[in-house]
Design a protein around this ligand. Structure first.
Ligand code: XMP
Length: 183
């Protein structure tokens, strides 16, 4: 797996330092209030689990799933499912946690859907932000890192379902794309 990586963009130490910083910001923003972290599956599972363990305040945890079907490296049609039960949404302050904010379509649709289902507030915290790719007007309230417009994998992010378990964030070699797309 490591052999498929062209360049490491964020190593494990950089990732932990960035998460420590954003976790402090989120902690201060929510201190003294009740809120629920809503992890967007599958990509955010690694980030969300590191993030919440650095937030020493009461919180609840829920999950939602967003899948986009494109050609592997660009967003395509979006499927949202696996929503929390109504009682976990209605009147609640929710913090969506996602791996990457790219075009903005996933988080803006999820926010709209959760507000429609009665959430009192929906904010977001993303591991990576690619502002150059934004297609809809949406900004995260908190982000750990801004990255250039490059398809990245690792630390929860996948290509064709693989590489989520890499402990760092990197770009893929061309051969790795070709191998998985063609075969
Ligand atoms: P949108 O465009 O809705 O995208 O903001 C969010 C989802 O698109 C996927 N995505 C990526 N996945 N490397 C990945 O592994 C990337 O560079 C990348 N850019 C977008 C991801 O699933 C994210 O939740």
């Amino acid at each position: 797996m490591h052999d498929d990586i062209e360049k490491v963009l964020l190593d494990e130490q950089q990732i932990i330092a960035g998460i420590d910083k954003v976790a402090k910001q989120v902690t201060e923003a929510y201190r003294g209030t009740e809120f629920t972290v809503v992890s967007v599956l599958k990509g955010s599972c690694v980030f969300a689990s590191d993030l919440i363990r650095r937030m020493p305040i009461p919180l609840e945890l829920a999950f939602v799933s967003a899948s986009s079907y494109g050609d592997g490296t660009t967003s395509g049609q979006l499927d949202l499912n696996f929503f929390p039960a109504e009682g976990e949404i209605r009147g609640k302050r929710l913090l969506l946690v996602d791996d990457i904010l790219d075009t903005g379509k996933t988080l803006s649709r999820l926010k709209g859907e959760l507000m429609k289902r009665g959430a009192a507030e929906v904010r977001s915290c993303v591991f990576l932000d690619k502002p150059a790719r934004r297609a809809v007007e949406y900004d995260a309230d908190f982000r750990a890192f801004e990255v250039e417009d490059l398809f990245v994998v690792g630390y929860g992010l996948d290509f064709a379902g693989r590489y989520r378990n890499l402990p760092y964030v990197g770009s893929l070699k061309k051969e790795a794309y070709a191998g998985l797309v063609d075969g």
